[in-house]
Design a protein around this ligand. Structure first.
Ligand code: GLA
Length: 380
């Protein structure tokens, strides 16, 4: 934040010298404290879906709906203070319901990413999950957490505000054992951070891997592809996969490969030499249960910089490979291939079948608790 404040001050001072009148407009945009607005977004199966919009003192705002826990809008200042929506999505609920959204802005679960053939065993009992991605299970199945209605409570403090989303997933849902009580807390603060806290408890042993699936484009949603974004991922290894995107079980060094984002690299540099684009799990360095910075994305045109922090062991970098121009999203923007990227912090795919991977088993009496933060800054 200090850096952000520093950059903001430098920017404000230089603007003062060169464009005195602009400053006035910027001041008008900035508000004194966190603000909240709630509007009806639509209805599904007799449930009212609300859109909560929180705006911080820097005019950054996030809009979240209680269907799928979807972040529908994330409006972030650029280096000049201009606001743009940096996530892909739809304008209304009906489109999320009709268009088979590719998880735009949603919470993915119970198990985000893939489980081979949808099968795993716990204590000698085999479970069969819904298979919805060829022969595999993906992002929780046919009706995952991205397609359910969450209970919602809002909160607002001077420096932060957000929603607590709660969902009771019944025993057997999509094939998973155990009644699972899940809470996802989205918080926007005045440091331009969108923080996501995930919590869960079960009454039977089960597996769990929750993530957030926003498609970012720091130039503004629908404003072209992401090739010029410079990505840095603090990961010395990635997870090689078979042709159905199931891990082989190895962890490969990124060094000397197109997966080497240890120093910032333009996404466009290697994307055409990787089959269809990036859709890989990175093994994040320094996994010890604490939140640490794991990635940065820099976009020169806008001066936006996004930093990702998490306590998770892995992160799926997905470069919007399956977008193909068939989706018309917000403000009638057509989403072509590679128009957005996801940085999905999570456990490794297929962990329930990979004894060498960090475990994703949750037993009764244990608390699942993880945190991810997306922080926005600007640079000159
Ligand atoms: C994830 C997967 C991708 C794709 C997208 C949704 O990121 O890894 O293969 O399924 O979700 O389209």
């Amino acid at each position: 934040m200090r850096q952000f404040a520093g950059l903001t001050i430098i920017f404000l001072l230089s603007s003062l010298i060169f464009t005195g009148c602009n400053i006035e407009q910027k001041k008008q945009k900035t508000q004194e404290k966190m603000n909240m607005k709630r509007t009806l977004f639509g209805e599904t199966d007799g449930n009212q879906i609300y859109q909560y919009t929180f705006t911080n003192i820097n005019s950054m705002s996030v809009s979240i709906i209680n269907y799928g826990g979807i972040v529908t809008h994330l409006i972030v200042p650029d280096r000049e203070g201009n606001l743009q929506d940096v996530v892909l999505g739809y304008d209304n609920l009906q489109q999320y319901l009709d268009n088979n959204s590719p998880y735009f802005g949603a919470i993915a679960g119970r198990y985000a990413n893939r489980i081979a053939r949808g099968k795993f065993s716990i204590d000698g009992t085999e479970y069969q999950l819904a298979t919805n991605n060829g022969t595999n299970h993906l992002h929780g199945g046919l009706k995952g957490f991205d397609k359910v209605v969450w209970d919602v409570e809002d909160f607002i403090f001077p420096d932060s505000a957000g929603v607590v989303l709660t969902y009771h997933s019944p025993d057997g849902e999509e094939g998973y054992p155990g009644n699972l009580l899940t809470k996802v807390i989205y918080t926007l603060n005045n440091n331009n951070e969108l923080r996501i806290d995930y919590q869960a408890e079960t009454d039977q042993p089960t597996v769990l891997n929750l993530t957030h699936h926003s498609y970012f484009n720091l130039k503004g949603q629908g404003n072209g592809n992401i090739y010029n974004h410079q990505l840095q991922i603090f990961a010395d290894h990635y997870i090689p996969v078979d042709e159905t995107l199931i891990p082989t079980g190895e962890l490969n060094p990124v060094e000397g490969t197109l997966m080497d984002f240890t120093a910032p690299m333009e996404i466009g540099k290697g994307i055409h030499q990787v089959d269809g684009g990036y859709d890989h799990t990175f093994v994040l360095n320094n996994f010890d249960g604490n939140v640490r910075e794991v990635a940065r994305v820099i976009e020169n045109q806008s001066g936006r910089l996004m930093k990702v922090f998490t306590d998770q062991p892995g992160m799926q970098f997905y470069s919007g490979n399956f977008l193909d121009g068939s989706i018309t999203g917000k403000e009638s923007k057509v989403y072509m291939q590679h128009y957005g990227f996801c940085l999905e912090t999570q456990h490794f795919p297929d962990s329930p079948n990979q004894p060498a991977f960090p475990p994703t088993l949750l037993r009764p009496g244990e608390k699942y608790q993880t945190t991810t933060i997306y922080r926005f800054e600007v640079f000159d």
